[in-house]
Design a binder for this molecule. Sequence first.
Ligand code: PFF
Length: 441
Amino acid sequence: MWSSRLMFVLAAAGSAVGLGNIWRFPYIAGANGGGSFVLVYLLCIAIIGIPIMTSEILLGRAGRQSPIHSMRDLARQSGASPMWQLIGWMGALAGFMILSFYGVIAGWAMAYIVSSAQGTFTGVDAAQATAIFNGFIGDPFEVVAWQTVFMVMTVVIVARGVGEGIETAVKYLMPALFILLIALVVYAMFSGHFMEGVRFLFSFHRGELGWDGVLMAMGQAFFTLSLGMAAIMTYGAYMPKDASIVGTATTIALLDTLVAVLAALVIFPLVFANGLESSSGPGLMFVTLPLAFGHMTGGQIFGTVFFILVTFAAVTSSISIMEPAVAWLVERLYVPRKWAAIVVGGVAWALGLGTAFSFNIWSDVTILPGKSFFDTMDFVSNNVMLPLGGMLIALFAGWFLDAKIRNDELALSPGMFAIWRVLVRFVAPAAVFVVFVMTFV
Ligand code: PFF
């Protein structure tokens, strides 16, 4: 059990805030043209993300076990089909896929701690920052070495269990990251291209975004809020009974969105100030931020601290990606927590080699048409499995969950409850369904 409501909020926010906000949101928004993408993304957070997050916390707290077992028991108590356990299984599978590439990218961030500390970025221009990045990801040994360090860190923390590790990391480091991001936004304000960045992010043009862009925005909303794979459900299982579910979910979503927007407000002004390409892909953050650090006073220290904090933000997320599978192994196979963490981490690490190699020796290999190993993992997990899982979670919570269990957990006023029910029963599942149909059919 988390020691207090605040700790649950911090841990769930720690899960939500991660590479998804600082690394993925800016590059995906950039690749999809900015403004319209951001608008759809914000809409998805509000009408799909928050309702599904309340559902996950609700199911987790009512079930109080790993997702697979919580779903099995809740389905039984509600007189619904045991097939609902599938949500837990799919979540564990999506977790492996996400963790596999998450470890690689977090490894990049760790490598950048060392580069920053060594002063590698001092005075670099855009071409040099790009060359440094390409040189680094082009070296499979270095990338895998850092990926390994990161995965070992994750396994060690997860092996020690909820509480100690997670709580301390989140309590001090997340606020620090937040403050540093704000300082960077102030720096970006003086880049001379701040308004260009703002306009890129917030000006909406009709018809600019196709349905595949909408799918990407929806996938990003799920990924960034850690939804659809029962990670938040797992954390919900440890949430104290007296905390408000809807209030907590809304707080977490707002915090998470704020961090993503701040990160983008740092990155895009720098992109425009340095004549970089907004649609350049996964390297966006790793090229733009060194430019900033390379030119500011104290940038060497600032950059080092920043990448340390990004690494911690990544760890507080990666432990939650791992937790559903680990919790299940412990409950089901009675293996010690330590071994469960090692097995899950090991499998994700091995799968992650495919992502590590996508940027060097396997850069020509495609799995889905036109998609590298990394792009395939990312696409299938974030854009397909998470929304599908989230839709099933909302459907179960909205239509099938025993009314008494639901009302006990939610404790909403009649008006709020009516809104909640419409969102969870109809709006959120239908929105996912429509986006799927429009993109894939
Ligand atoms: N929300 C995390 C991020 O934005 O980096 C990633 C994540 C964590 C995805 C936990 C899924 C998950 F279950």
